[in-house]
Write a protein that binds this ligand. Structure first.
Ligand code: FAD
Length: 495
């Protein structure tokens, strides 16, 4: 007999509910714990997972395998070519290892829920208990409703309820115990599992050598690294988060999104640690306080998953607001290429897009700017941008990405109204006042002094821009704005 914990987006030992319950079951029964991760290349393709994210997951698995081995717990990682074979393969493994109990944490997207439903039945038929628990979000998605029991789709009232829920359920932030050492003999019995290497990334999702080395340096893996980042952020930057969080230059946010997406850190852990630092047991919606503001950002992650669970059709390329599905979009390849390559002639937009090419990451403020620019200035279907982000970000997460695009293109839940259109030059002046962010990522403009950095051709830096081959603006913002207002109005009117 043995117990399995099936890892998914929860690649950690500490504060992992499913893993903790599995370890407890194994301890009580006096049987070994086996950990499992099934790589699904088809899921990577279907979910547009960026190669850099696949690499981050595989590197984290190697770290996890090493740390579990220190506890005599094997982590067996196998690649299953067809995703529909995944439940069957899991059952086969249970049968070959004599496993009677499988534990895992819930994933809430449509494909994953279908997979788990299939597994529930298959396990039942074979006398295997299959336990799926809520762990990945601080408050279970769908839990919070209006006072009348209705679904909530506006962040602020939902967030107040989120804070109150935690205050009323202090146990929701409790830490789950990490697994202990396996019984004597487990290492011998499951020797082949310990020896099994972590599979390589599938061909279509693998990185070139240089990229791989760059990302290894830039994004070190593992729980220790994730906790180190969290502690450093709490010690050095969280206090001023409410004032600095919108500035893309410098290092003002936590850069923990890749770890939260891979699950090397639990959302529960980061909220608990941030609150502990100020001696609080529950968050509040105080936007003048760095700690609370940051916890409120982590709550956005909960919120977008709550939305996905309540309105799962958003997983099918449909806008949350159906009336926004009738907007007439442009499918201009040249404009899309200029956007993705950072050649729009708007320095802030170009800096942001080039940051992604180098780091597979982008600051939140500029994510909003480039998304707004694509959907409103270029009138390009926001779903093309949503897709591109998933294919390039190390922290790509369907719900948060879809939420961010919906907000920026004004067709999502709790969006910015469509007539509020970011002016990319004003955004640049406001949030990158000195142009440090632009100079870092757009080398053609490094010599430009003063305010000309925000609009080199319009403000007297034409000679430098031309000499260095920096492009002119591909659209005129004022005209683009008029076109956008007309298109949105007509689209909404048609429904
Ligand atoms: P911090 O400011 O330190 O915030 C802490 C954590 O809170 C983040 O790591 C993240 O997990 C969560 N968080 C913060 N802001 C948001 C938000 N607006 N929505 C949801 N969660 C949030 N975030 C992703 O994790 N994956 C995505 O694929 C993603 N795509 C986005 C697309 C667009 C168009 C926009 C506007 C935002 C997107 N975000 C996404 C949200 C946000 O930009 C990133 O979470 C944030 O920039 C990550 O940096 P950080 O870890 O330093 O964040």
């Amino acid at each position: 007999d043995a117990v399995i914990h099936w890892f998914k987006s929860d690649l950690r030992l500490r504060d992992n509910k499913g893993l903790s319950l599995a370890a407890e079951k194994a301890r009580v029964k006096g049987v070994p714990l086996i950990c499992l991760y099934l790589v699904s290349p088809q899921d990577f393709v279907a979910h547009l997972t960026a190669p850099v994210r696949v690499d981050f997951v595989l590197r984290n698995l190697a770290d996890l395998k090493r740390r579990l081995a220190e506890l005599d717990v094997p982590l067996y990682v196998e690649s299953v070519a067809k995703r529909r074979h995944l439940p069957g393969r899991l059952i086969e493994l249970c049968e070959s290892w004599g496993v009677k109990h499988v534990f895992c944490n819930m994933e809430y997207e449509v494909d994953e829920l279908r997979r788990e439903a299939k597994l529930t039945r298959a396990c039942l038929e074979r006398g295997i208990s299959f336990t799926v628990v809520h762990d990945t979000y601080v408050v279970e998605p769908g839990k919070l409703t209006t006072n009348a029991g209705g679904q909530m789709s506006v962040y602020s009232p939902w967030h107040r309820k989120w804070c109150k829920y935690i205050a009323d359920h202090p146990g929701s932030l409790n830490e789950y115990e990490a697994p202990g050492t396996n019984p004597v003999g487990a290492r011998e019995k499951y020797k082949t599992l310990f020896d099994q290497p972590i599979p390589e990334a599938p061909e279509e999702k693998s990185l070139g050598k240089d990229e791989k080395e760059r990302y290894e340096r830039m994004w070190p893996v593992g729980e220790a690294e994730a906790h180190g980042r969290l502690q450093k952020f709490i010690l050095e930057r969280i206090k001023a988060y409410h004032t600095n969080r919108n500035l893309p230059a410098g290092d003002h946010t936590s850069s923990l999104s890749a770890h939260l997406a891979a699950g090397t850190l639990a959302a529960r852990t980061v909220v608990r640690e941030a609150l502990n630092a100020v001696g609080k047991k529950a968050p509040t919606d105080d936007r003048q306080n760095g700690h609370m503001m940051w916890v409120g950002e982590v709550a956005w992650r909960d919120f977008y998953k709550h939305v996905l669970c309540g309105w799962p059709y958003i997983c099918m390329s449909v806008a949350f607001k159906p009336e926004y599905n009738n907007i007439e979009w442009e499918y201009n390849d040249e404009h899309f290429r200029a956007w993705e390559e950072g050649r729009t002639g708007y320095p802030l937009i170009d800096a942001a897009m080039r940051q992604v090419h180098h780091m597979a990451y982008m600051h939140n403020r500029v994510r909003m700017c480039v998304a707004s620019f694509l959907a409103k200035d270029l009138m390009i279907d926001w779903r093309m941008g949503e897709r591109w982000f998933m294919e390039h970000l190390i922290d790509g997460d369907f719900a948060s990405n879809n939420g961010g695009w919906g907000f920026s293109a004004s067709c999502g839940v709790d969006p910015q109204p469509y007539f509020r259109i970011f002016n990319p030059i004003l955004q640049s002046e406001k949030f990158d006042e000195q142009g440090d962010y632009i100079r870092k990522w757009v080398p053609e403009l490094r010599e430009v002094k003063g305010k000309a950095i925000h609009d080199p051709y319009g403000r007297g830096a034409e000679a430098i821009a031309r000499k260095n081959g920096y492009p002119r603006m591909i659209v005129n913002h004022k005209e683009a704005r008029e076109r956008c207002l007309a298109r949105y109005k007509a689209g909404i009117g048609r429904s």
